[in-house]
Design a protein around this ligand. Structure first.
Ligand code: HEC
Ligand code: HEC
Length: 412
C-alpha cells in the first residue's frame, strides 16, 4: 500500500515539475496564447475588410462603373485641371508613398495651411472627410479641393471644360452634358468666379454642376479602390483567430504583441477611439492638439461648412438617404477643438502627426497621450495614459506593425 502511495506521490511530483517546467519554458511564446475571447473579438474588429465601402458611398451611383473608375484614375493625376497647370491630386497624395504628402507640398503651397494631408488608403470607408469633417461624401470632398484656391485652385467651369476637352471622346456615355458647355466665359463658379457664374443662365449652371458632380464621383470611384494593403497586424489577428500560435509568434515579436495588448486595454484608451478596420471610430474628439484660442478649423467649423455646401447629401439626395447629416452632433461643448479620429494604418510615410502636423514623431504622439496639455475652460476627451517607459516602447512597436508593404502598382 505504502509503496503504491510513494509511487503515486512520486508520479505526482514529476507531473508537477513537468508542468512547472513547461510553464516556464512556454512563457516566452505564451503571450500569443494568452489572449482572452474578448481580445480576439476586438482584434477581429480591427482586422481590415473591404466590407461597407458600398454602404458608405451610397450616394455615388458611379462607384462600380468601370469607365468612371478609369476616368477617375486619370483625373487623379491630371494637372490640367488646376489653376496653375502644375498641381494634381497625386502631387500631394503621392501613390508611391501610400498617398501621403511626404514632401509637405501642402505647406509649401500655403505656409498658413492648418491641416496636413492624410493618406487616402481606406478613405472611402469613412463617414466624414477632412480633419474637420466638412464633406459628407468622398465625391463632394474632391469638388471642394478643386475650387480651393490653396489646392487645385481651379473653378468648376474651367475644370468641366478641361474634362470635356480631354475625356469626352473616350467616355461619351458618362459625359453627355459636354455638348452644352458654353464657350464663354472662361471661368465661372458661385464660390471663386462669381462674375462668370452670374453671366450664365440657370440651365447652363445646372449642366455645369451636373458634370462637376460626375467628375467628383469618378474620382471617388477610383479612390474607393485604394484599400490598405494587408499589414502584419492583420496577419497576426488571423493567426490568433485560427489558433495558429506558432505562426502568430513568427509574425509578431513579444514586444509588438505586448503593445497590441496595451492598445486593446480600455484603461489605456486607444481602442476607445481608434477602433474598426481603419483604426478610427469615425468620431470627432478633443485631444488637446491646438491652442485654446485657435480652434477655428475644428469640427464646429466643419459642421457649418457642411450645411453651407452646395454638394452636401441633402442638396443631391432624398432626405431619407442623408440620415448621418440629419442626426449630426452639433453640441458645441463636444465639437469645439474636436478633430476626426484618423486612421493609424501606414503612418510610416507621415512626416508629421495630428491635424496640424504639430507632433513630429510617433514617440511625440505617445508622449502627448501620456501627458496631455490641459485646456482651460474646455473639455478634453483623453486622460493621461499612465504608461511605464517600456510600455511606451511596446505601444510604439505595435503602431509600427500597422505598416504594410505599400508599393502600390495600380497608379504610375
Ligand atoms: C496641395 C496639396 C493637396 C492637393 C493638390 C490635394 N489634396 Fe487632398 N488633402 C490635402 C490636405 C492638406 C488634406 C487635409 C485637409 C483638411 O482636412 O482640411 C487633404 C484631404 C483629402 C481627403 C480627405 C481624407 C480624409 O481622411 O478625410 C481626400 C479624400 C483627398 N484629400 C483627396 C484629394 C483629391 C481627390 C484631390 C484632387 C482633386 C486632392 N485631394 C488634392 C492636400 C491636398
Ligand atoms: C478620445 C479619443 C482618442 C483616444 C482615446 C486616442 N486617440 Fe489618438 N487621435 C484621436 C484624434 C481625434 C486624433 C486627431 C487629433 C488632431 O488631429 O488634433 C488622434 C490622433 C492620433 C495619432 C496621429 C495620427 C495622424 O495621422 O496624425 C496617433 C498616432 C494616435 N492618435 C494614436 C493613439 C494612441 C496610441 C492612443 C492611446 C494611447 C490614442 N491615440 C488614443 C482620438 C483619440
Amino acid at each position: 500500500m505504502s509503496r503504491i502511495l510513494t509511487a503515486a506521490f512520486g508520479l505526482g511530483l514529476i507531473l508537477l515539475l513537468a508542468l512547472l517546467l513547461a510553464f516556464r519554458h512556454g512563457h516566452a511564446v505564451d503571450i500569443h496564447r494568452a489572449w482572452s475571447a474578448d481580445d480576439i473579438q476586438n482584434m477581429q474588429r480591427l482586422r481590415f475588410s473591404a466590407q461597407g465601402i458600398a454602404d458608405k458611398n451610397s450616394t455615388n451611383e458611379l462607384l462600380r462603373r468601370k469607365d468612371a473608375i478609369e476616368l477617375g484614375q486619370r483625373l487623379f493625376q491630371d494637372k490640367g485641371m488646376s489653376g496653375s497647370g502644375q498641381v494634381a491630386c497625386a502631387t500631394c497624395h503621392q501613390p508611391e508613398n501610400g498617398y501621403h504628402d511626404t514632401e509637405n507640398i501642402t505647406f509649401r503651397l500655403d505656409p498658413e495651411a492648418r491641416h496636413r494631408a492624410p493618406s487616402l488608403f481606406g478613405a472611402a470607408l469613412q463617414d466624414w472627410f477632412f480633419w474637420d469633417g466638412r464633406a459628407d461624401s468622398l465625391w463632394s470632398q474632391a469638388l471642394a479641393v478643386i475650387e480651393n484656391p490653396k489646392e487645385i485652385a481651379s473653378n468648376r467651369l474651367k475644370a468641366v471644360r478641361h474634362l470635356c476637352a480631354q475625356y469626352w471622346t473616350s467616355y461619351p456615355a458618362l459625359l453627355k452634358g459636354c455638348q452644352q458647355i458654353p464657350d464663354a466665359p472662361s471661368d465661372a463658379s458661385p464660390l471663386v468666379a462669381e462674375k462668370g457664374w452670374q453671366a450664365l443662365i440657370p440651365a447652363q449652371r445646372e449642366n455645369i454642376n451636373q458634370l462637376f458632380v460626375i467628375l467628383g464621383k469618378s474620382i471617388a470611384a477610383f479612390e474607393a479602390g485604394l484599400l490598405p494593403p494587408v499589414s502584419p497586424f492583420d496577419l497576426y489577428a488571423d493567426a490568433i483567430a485560427e489558433g495558429k500560435f506558432t505562426d502568430a509568434a513568427s509574425i509578431f515579436s513579444e514586444k509588438e504583441a505586448a503593445g497590441l495588448k496595451l492598445f486593446l486595454n480600455t484603461e489605456v484608451g486607444c481602442v476607445n477611439c481608434h477602433n474598426g478596420p481603419m483604426f478610427s471610430n469615425s468620431g470627432f474628439f478633443v485631444v488637446a492638439t491646438d491652442m485654446p484660442d485657435q480652434p477655428e478649423h475644428d469640427r464646429q467649423h466643419g459642421i457649418e461648412q457642411l450645411f453651407n455646401s452646395e454638394f452636401n447629401c441633402l442638396k443631391w439626395n432624398r432626405p431619407e438617404n442623408c440620415a448621418k447629416l440629419l442626426y449630426i452632433n452639433k453640441d458645441s461643448s463636444e465639437t469645439v477643438g474636436a478633430y476626426k479620429v484618423p486612421s493609424l494604418r501606414n503612418l510610416r510615410h507621415a512626416t508629421a502627426f495630428m491635424h496640424n502636423g504639430s507632433l513630429k514623431s510617433l514617440e511625440a504622439v505617445i508622449e502627448h497621450y501620456q501627458n496631455p496639455p490641459t485646456l482651460p475652460l474646455r473639455h478634453i476627451d483623453i486622460r493621461p495614459a499612465a504608461l511605464f517607459p517600456h510600455q511606451k516602447e511596446q505601444l510604439l512597436s505595435f503602431l509600427t506593425a500597422l505598416n504594410a508593404d505599400i508599393s502600390h502598382k495600380e497608379v504610375k
